[in-house]
Ligand binder design. Structure first.
Ligand code: R7I
Ligand code: MG
Ligand code: MG
Length: 314
């Protein structure tokens, strides 16, 4: 009964696209008022997505096409690079663009990824922003986190860039497999499950803060100030989790909360949208907004395959 698994997987993809495309108009703003988001929602015309959705779709297709064969980083690296090459104007981070260019010239992704930032690798949120589809194929929390880390490592050699992908992947898994509306979301349990997989103090501190902010009913600006809203993984994934757990039953409200905090609004919106879309299903997304997305039909096709690909359960 209730929402089907396929509708939830589609919700994950369309929630990503909707959060990304709505947030894209506000990237870099200090904070965003509800009225300005209203105006974008009420307008017509295409809601153009950015790199976040483009790479999420590449990963979703990769996983859907390979079924039980699982994830192949070498193949996926080439697919990411090809997507960048085809549409370099989608707003890619400078580090990611550089890695994709090097991969396109034949450099192995391992070498390309560590070449960034003086050999430290990137701790940007590019691994986390595109990771959600792994939730549909992982066998359990640890497997999902591992898949998330592996997909991120193609461009993000820095540990923090990978931790962000682990946390977002696991959050998406919990939203898809454990948490279905109308069951009430247990925020403390959700946070507890996330912290069990990522054994890192900085992440635990941020996620603990999420519980506290939910308890006090913090508004988006306050939450963004406390958790961060920038292009780093540690400075954006916690705000996305916050946006979801404080609006668990309404994807558009979760996305609006994410955008309301300002900063990296397309990415925080995309990640919050993935979580809320996965929990509530695509059927809960407003039709007039979904109709304006670029990925609608393609997402439906991929979601159908992804919902039955790989292993199930947890
Ligand atoms: O992580 P990445 O793909 O960027 C994703 C963001 C999202 O907001 C997308 O919507 C798109 O707009 O870009 O790309 P990177 O360039 O690897 O990382 C993003 C930024 O994080 C970098 O450009 C740096 O500003 C910062 N950064 C670092 N700065 C110093 N030292 C990431 N890693 C480092 C570092 O090691
Ligand atoms: Mg983007
Ligand atoms: Mg962004």
């Amino acid at each position: 009964a209730g929402v089907t698994r396929e509708d939830k997987v589609l919700g994950l993809l369309l929630g990503t696209a909707l959060g990304d495309a709505l947030g894209a108009s506000f990237e870099g703003r200090h904070a965003v008022t509800a009225r300005t988001v209203d105006a974008v929602e009420r307008a017509d015309g295409t809601l153009v997505h950015t790199d976040d959705t483009a790479l999420t779709m590449v990963l979703a297709e990769h996983l859907a096409a390979r079924d039980h064969a699982g994830l192949d980083e070498d193949v996926l690296a080439g697919e990411f690079a090809a997507a960048w090459q085809k549409e370099p104007w989608r707003g890619y981070g400078p580090g990611a663009a550089q890695v994709f260019e090097l991969i396109g010239r034949g450099m192995p992704w391992q070498r390309a990824a560590v070449s960034l930032f003086g050999g430290a690798g990137s701790y940007g949120n590019g691994g986390a922003m595109r990771v959600a589809p792994v939730a549909a194929v992982g066998t359990g929390p640890h497997h999902v986190a591992e898949l998330g880390r592996r997909t991120a490592s193609i461009t993000h050699a820095h540990e923090d860039g990978q931790h962000g992908a682990e946390v977002q992947a696991l959050a998406a898994y919990l939203a898809l497999e454990r948490e279905s509306a109308p069951r009430v979301l247990d925020i403390d349990q959700f946070r507890h499950d996330l912290t069990r997989v990522v054994r890192c103090r900085a992440w635990h501190e941020k996620l603990d803060r999420v519980s506290e902010l939910v308890r006090t009913g913090a508004d988006p600006r306050h939450a963004a100030h406390s958790l961060g809203n920038d292009v780093t993984a540690l400075g954006s994934v916690p705000m996305a989790v916050m946006s979801f757990v404080s609006n668990p039953d309404d994807p558009v409200a979760a996305i609006r909360y994410a955008i309301g905090g300002g900063g990296d609004t397309d990415t925080i919106g995309a990640m919050a949208g993935a979580l809320a879309g996965a929990r509530n299903g695509a059927s809960t997304l407003p039709e007039h907004l979904v109709a304006r997305l670029e990925v609608g039909d393609h997402a439906r096709e991929v979601a159908g395959k992804l919902a039955t690909a790989g292993h199930r359960g947890g």
